[in-house]
Design a protein around this ligand. Structure first.
Ligand SMILES: [Zn+2]
Length: 316
């Protein structure tokens, strides 16, 4: 079977969570195989988060015009498609999203669109054995903070575009190959910088549980106030447990996130203070959204560098 990279995504991810699509040959990749793109260039493409838009822009280059739905400071777990977004999604020739339920409130919309056009969950193209399981058949969606793991999703974008638009296949392959080299350098940077933090200080405490892949890749212990999705609220119990843990381990810094309310982090800092343990806010990390467009933090490599610099400065 001729199967684009995102095929695994459609078969394992989209079809699993949306059983209505199973066996109906309606996933995006099969549409691609049957009907190559015949419209004008640049091809209009929609991406959900900044991290996904970054992949598509790098691979698609001048052949695609990427519209990103979720800008700086936007929480994808809670995001609902607006009427304006629906118009953009309907106009798009192809859609790329992160997947693994990151865009938790857009699932039905994306399933419906996948019946009409190539719609690819990039993170669902990653081998399940390399994902962090958070429940039965549920995986942590925050794969972009393991740079080498995120790099693997480039294949899903590359193969989808090459199959949908065969006229520019070589360009897509070359661009993906070039970005792979850049991301390897970025991963080297993360390893080098984070290795300078002493072992007893390698604990990262954040607002919500977005950094487990980061912790696994770069050898940091990770703790968070809220769970893997911001849809679940943190209770007083969770905050008190974390206060006790931080006092016990002597952890001096906790991080807020650009796309999550600071309220819980403030409660944690206050709780530590009440226990006679002083904790500082180490700064604002980018977790599920990148920085503003046109700034270094508005790119994927830039957001990763920002986080690493901040973490090293606060924990070292
Ligand atoms: Zn998240």
């Amino acid at each position: 079977m001729a199967c684009a990279a995102g095929c695994g995504a459609a078969a394992d991810g989209a079809a699993r969570s949306h059983s209505s699509s199973r066996g109906a040959e309606i996933d995006g990749q099969h549409t691609v195989a049957r009907q190559p793109y015949a419209g004008k260039f640049p091809m209009p493409v929609v991406a959900t988060t900044g991290m996904v838009a970054d992949l598509v822009e790098h691979v698609g280059g001048p052949h695609v015009a990427v519209t990103q739905l979720m800008g700086a400071g936007i929480d994808p777990h809670l995001y609902k498609a607006s009427t304006g977004d629906m118009a953009k999604l309907n106009r798009a020739a192809a859609i790329f999203y992160s997947g693994l339920h990151l865009e938790g409130k857009m699932g039905d919309t994306l399933t419906r669109l996948a019946r009409k056009k190539p719609t690819v969950a990039v993170a669902e193209s990653i081998d399940k054995g390399r994902l962090l399981e958070v429940g039965p058949d549920r995986y942590d969606p925050h794969v972009w903070f393991d740079v080498l793991l995120w790099r693997e999703t480039l294949s899903a974008v590359e193969q989808t575009l090459a199959e949908f638009d065969p006229t520019h296949t070589n360009d897509y392959h070359d661009a993906a190959e070039k970005y792979r080299v850049e991301l390897k350098d970025l991963d080297d940077f993360c390893r080098r910088e984070l290795a300078t933090i002493a072992s007893e200080r390698r604990v990262l405490v954040t607002a919500h549980d977005a950094f487990h892949y980061f912790g696994r890749a770069y050898n940091l212990e990770v703790k968070a106030i809220q769970g893997v999705s911001t849809q679940s609220e943190a209770g007083l119990k969770e905050i008190n447990e974390l206060v006790a843990y931080m006092a016990h381990r002597g952890i001096k810094a906790v991080f807020v996130e650009s796309s999550v309310s600071e309220r819980n982090v403030q409660a944690l800092v206050e709780g530590c203070k009440a226990h006679g343990h002083k904790v500082d806010i180490g700064g604002e990390l980018f977790s599920d959204a990148m920085g503003k467009p046109g700034t270094p933090d508005g790119t994927y490599p830039g957001m990763v560098r920002h986080n690493v610099d901040l973490i090293v400065k606060a924990l070292k």
